[in-house]
Design a protein. Structure first.
Length: 273
């Protein structure tokens, strides 16, 4: 990848800053000049998902490119705030260095830790104390409201669990899953009878999903990863079934339930090899 590992990165970051200043300048790009922090936030989220996709596929060149896109957006947003007289990218770096140093006393202080779990507990304690000293508010105040629902559910359950509001073990969580599952079935039956209870079905389904998030946490599995893997597996199987149906000259909509099961089982066998 060129001389990317031998050239000092500071010079390249300076070049990126100058590029953004040019794009935003008098003779720059009309599109870039009209952007705001709010508009750029949407593009940043999109770029982050593209980066995650590249990382999942594991191609270093793609990861490098997508990291560059994310970096561009971060520097661009910092430039917007600099133009407004608030801060520049240097202040962003300084604040982060101070925070990371403060949150790693086992590295930069005199209290070494031996395990990743110890580091994680200490990190949450330091972060919690920081937020309390700033706002005096809720333990959950620092969790972004715009996180995807599944990820936010995991973060909330993790945080309140570390504070002591939790089940004793996996058995307790699984018992709660059974309880929520039964409540969902009751809500669905009630909705089928009356046709006016959809909101309650939605709430009960949400309760079940939130409890399953806690199952994942107790199993030391991130639910976002588990769902992504399951979705990817289903997608591979379905694509394989489409190939089999095309080869057989059979439209999916024409299949009986029995035929659909047969094609699905064949697709599973081939896709899971």
């Amino acid at each position: 990848m060129e001389d990317s590992l031998t050239t000092h990165p500071v010079a390249r970051l300076d070049n990126l800053i100058r590029l953004i200043i040019t794009l935003r300048g008098v003779n720059g790009c009309p599109w870039d000049k009209k952007q705001t922090p709010r508009s750029m936030a949407l593009y940043l989220v999109e770029e982050l998902y593209e980066l995650l996709d590249a990382m999942e596929k594991g191609n270093p060149d793609d990861v490098c490119e997508e990291l560059g896109d994310v970096l561009f957006h971060i520097f661009f947003i910092a430039r917007l705030f600099e133009e407004a007289g608030h801060f520049n990218i240097g202040a962003v770096a300084d604040r982060n260095i101070q925070k990371m140093t403060r949150r790693h006393p086992h590295v930069f202080g005199a209290a070494p830790l031996e395990t990743a779990e110890e580091v994680k507990r200490q990190w949450h304690t330091i972060k919690s104390n920081e937020k309390k000293s700033v706002s005096g508010g809720s333990l959950l105040d620092s969790l972004p409201s715009k996180l995807p629902a599944l990820m936010r559910a995991y973060r909330i359950s993790e945080r309140v669990g570390k504070a002591g509001f939790d089940w004793n073990d996996m058995h307790g969580v699984l018992a709660k899953v059974e309880e929520e599952w039964n409540e969902l079935k009751s809500a669905i039956r009630a909705d089928a009878d009356s046709g006016r209870n959809q909101r309650n079905v939605s709430l009960e389904l949400g309760d079940l999903l939130f409890t399953l998030v806690n199952v994942a946490r107790f199993a030391h599995i991130h639910p976002e990863t588990a769902l992504a893997d399951a979705t990817q597996k289903f997608e591979a199987r379905f694509r394989e079934m489409e190939k089999l149906l095309t080869a057989a000259g059979k439209p999916l909509a024409s299949l009986s339930a029995k035929e659909m099961d047969q094609f699905w089982e064949r697709a599973k066998g081939q896709a899971d090899r």
